[in-house]
Design a protein around this ligand. Structure first.
Ligand SMILES: Cc1cc2nc3c(=O)[nH]c(=O)nc-3n(C[C@H](O)[C@H](O)[C@H](O)COP(=O)(O)O)c2cc1C
Length: 365
């Protein structure tokens, strides 16, 4: 954002208002702008060559009959005010063809974008496929190769739909796409592949993707020619039905500023607890007991389906119908299961729960 501000300031300093009477009048009320629009208007103001598509753009946001740096500022503002998107376009493109398609998708959907770059960039020699020993060929010949990604995405959590783009290399997705697929949890995401190629289709790569990692849903992807237009992409997107993925609710347990995540058990009591938490967070005082658990009163009584169990660290149990127990060690007794703390968070339990009483806040994610 800072870079964009500096560029805008530079434009303001050097460009006097540019007349663009021939260009479409602004309709900022209905205008939905994307990063691509910002780039196009910025290039126009900087005097860079522009495609013929520009004349249809509603970039006169202040309605003064010209495209100026002020319009660019307004456009940036509308972008900043735009609601957060849950759509991501993630793509790898070595020679720019897939990138063009990705930019069309971003422009049409208003998605966020993430460029999958290799930590060791692919040189021209690396992709000279006529050379049997070039890096790309060697990677494609070995299904286990996972080229490192330069700046891995921190989290995919906010995205529900991911358009995943790549060039076809030897009939398949480049191995760096496999690196990306294996680096996050896609089990509750919709992943829609798209690719460019000289002529090969997308089918083999789609099959590979579907078989590599658990994916919530994978609607049919699409291969584009490098020359595909925005309207070609628009037609494809218009025809996609995005399936709804039912997301499992997660229980968040906040303890002394540390947040633990837990899944609910498949019991009536767990269902009731979920419903109670859907009205808002609940804070409980849990006392130390026996060197293996923290236990405290719930504000409600939940349905008991007690069974004798040997608990493990991370188990969350209902005790006597109206108390909640979180185990940081093992015990055998009769309880009703409420949930279990995620494996990744269990290692934190001894330190968080190891001594004394604790205050925990339960909420839904
Ligand atoms: C190593 C390598 C292998 C390729 N294999 C194929 C192929 O099997 N079939 C095909 O139609 N095109 C193939 N191509 C061409 C690319 O798929 C095509 O140029 C693509 O649009 C490049 O996308 P990009 O500009 O986003 O990198 C290959 C290109 C390279 C570099």
């Amino acid at each position: 954002m800072r870079v964009l501000t500096m560029i805008t300031a530079a434009i303001m300093a050097v460009v006097s208002p540019i007349s663009c009477e021939s260009m479409k009048k602004a309709d900022a009320e209905t205008g939905k702008y994307t990063i691509q629009d910002v780039r196009e208007l910025q290039d126009f103001l900087l005097g860079k060559p522009a495609g013929s598509g520009l004349k249809d753009k509603a970039y006169d946001l202040d309605g003064d009959g010209k495209w100026t740096a002020y319009d660019l500022c307004l456009m940036k503002q509308t972008l900043a005010d735009a609601p957060d998107t849950d759509v991501l376009v993630a793509y790898f493109s070595r020679t720019g063809n897939t990138e063009k398609i990705a930019e069309h998708i971003i422009s049409i959907t208003g998605a966020d974008s993430y460029v999958i770059n290799a930590a060791v960039p692919y040189t021209d020699a690396d992709i000279r496929y006529q050379d049997d020993n070039c890096r790309a060929n060697k990677e494609q010949n070995d299904k286990m190769v996972r080229p490192e990604i330069a700046e891995p995405l921190e989290s995919l959590e906010k995205y529900d739909v991911i358009y995943l783009g790549y060039p076809i290399w030897w009939g398949e997705e480049p191995r760096i796409i496999d690196t990306f697929l294996e680096s996050g949890d896609l089990s509750d995401k919709v992943v829609i592949p798209f690719c460019t190629s000289g002529s090969s289709g997308i089918a083999r790569s789609e099959k590979n993707i579907a078989e590599l990692v658990p994916i919530g849903a994978q609607p049919a992807g699409r291969r584009f020619a490098a020359s595909a237009s925005e309207s070609d992409v628009q037609k494809w997107i218009d025809g996609i039905t995005i399936p709804e993925i039912k997301k499992e609710s997660v229980m968040k347990i906040s303890v002394n500023g540390t947040e633990l995540r837990a899944s609910f058990a498949d019991t009536k009591a767990a269902q009731e607890l979920k419903e109670k938490l859907s009205s808002g967070p609940v804070t409980l005082e849990l006392g130390e007991y026996g060197g293996f658990e923290k236990v405290g009163k719930l504000p409600w009584t939940l349905s008991r389906t007690d069974e004798k169990v040997s608990t493990e660290a991370g188990d969350i149990m209902l005790y006597q119908g109206n108390q909640m127990t979180i185990f940081y060690n093992t015990n055998s007794w009769s309880y009703t299961r409420l949930g279990v703390i995620d494996e990744a968070d269990r290692a934190k339990l001894p330190e968080l729960f190891g001594s004394g009483d604790v205050t925990v806040t339960l909420s839904l994610d």
